[in-house]
Write a protein that binds this ligand. Structure first.
Ligand code: ADP
Ligand code: MG
Length: 267
């Protein structure tokens, strides 16, 4: 079958509100003379869980990193969080105030957990709220303990990362990201480095977060997670969104030959 040009097909699941949480307009990014993102447009309503799939090198990580400005987009970034635009039309000139808002309102979890090795699980979760003076030390301690309980680590709070399994460390990393009460969570292949038997506990925490209504962008190879938990699946190829729809549409009935070919290998 011949590929047709994709038109935008924003999935509209019942539980997502109309209120936009994230909006990217014509987002572009190059490294040297290599263009990695070719003008990505993406609108994500509050509460939507978007799974991002695609081959290695297709630009998935760069897209997430541009959203929270770990990378500076070359053009077109316009991040809207909860109806309020962060940053002007020139992404290279984002103000310090806007950068701070992005860092606080957007939580990110990476493949490698990057926990502070010299701090306990509890201290790792307390670190950012303490630095941002989000309350008294006792209040922040209670909040952090509550988060570690939520990710199933109530009995591991005083352990250092070196004494925790990869899956436990990743759940601490999720709790740490949640400690700043973000409005949007970005997950970049957070289970890819884990032993298979540790993956489910981490996915279960993400599933619970999705059910509580968190807006999430999830780069993943876990097709079962994308199908069961996600509201929407985006397939990226060569720095562009190639297919965009509900999990049933993209995973079960892909319209594009490249999506079919990718899924043929991945599923
Ligand atoms: P994915 O996450 O889908 O595997 P990435 O966003 O990591 O893809 O990478 C997309 C492309 O951008 C790749 O070709 C990669 O080599 C390149 N790239 C990513 N980060 C950098 C960087 N900091 N410097 C140079 N090239 C980069
Ligand atoms: Mg990546």
């Amino acid at each position: 079958m011949k590929d047709t040009c994709m038109t935008a097909n924003p999935a509209t699941p019942a539980r997502a509100h109309d209120r936009p949480m994230l909006e990217l307009v014509n987002l572009r990014k190059s490294f040297g003379n290599k263009t990695v993102l070719h003008g990505v447009d993406l609108k994500v309503p509050a509460g939507q869980v978007v799974s991002i799939i695609g081959a290695s090198g297709s630009g998935k990580s760069t897209l997430l990193r541009c959203v929270n400005h770990l990378e500076t987009p070359d053009a077109g970034s316009a991040v809207l969080i909860d109806g309020q635009r962060i940053g002007g039309p020139d992404p290279a000139r984002v103000s310090r105030r806007d950068l701070r808002r992005r860092r606080v309102e957007i939580g990110m979890v990476f493949q490698h957990f990057n926990l502070f090795p010299n701090m306990t699980a509890l201290e790792n979760v307390m670190e950012a709220p303490l630095a941002h003076r989000r309350g008294t030390r006792a209040e922040i301690r209670d909040m952090a303990a509550g988060l570690l309980d939520r990710v199933g680590l109530a009995d591991r709070m005083d352990h250092h990362p070196g004494k925790l399994s990869g899956g436990q460390q990743q759940r601490v990393a999720i709790a740490r990201a949640l400690a700043m009460t973000p409005k949007l969570m970005l997950f970049d292949e957070v289970t890819s480095a884990l032993d298979p038997e540790l993956v489910d506990d981490v996915l279960q925490v993400m599933r619970q977060l999705a059910e509580e209504g968190m807006t999430m962008l999830v780069v993943t190879h876990e097709m079962a997670f994308a199908e069961d938990v996600g509201d929407r699946v985006i397939f990226m190829a060569d720095g562009a969104i190639h297919e965009d729809g509900t999990p049933a549409e993209v995973l079960r009935n892909p319209q594009q030959a490249r999506t079919r070919s990718f899924l043929g290998r991945a599923m």
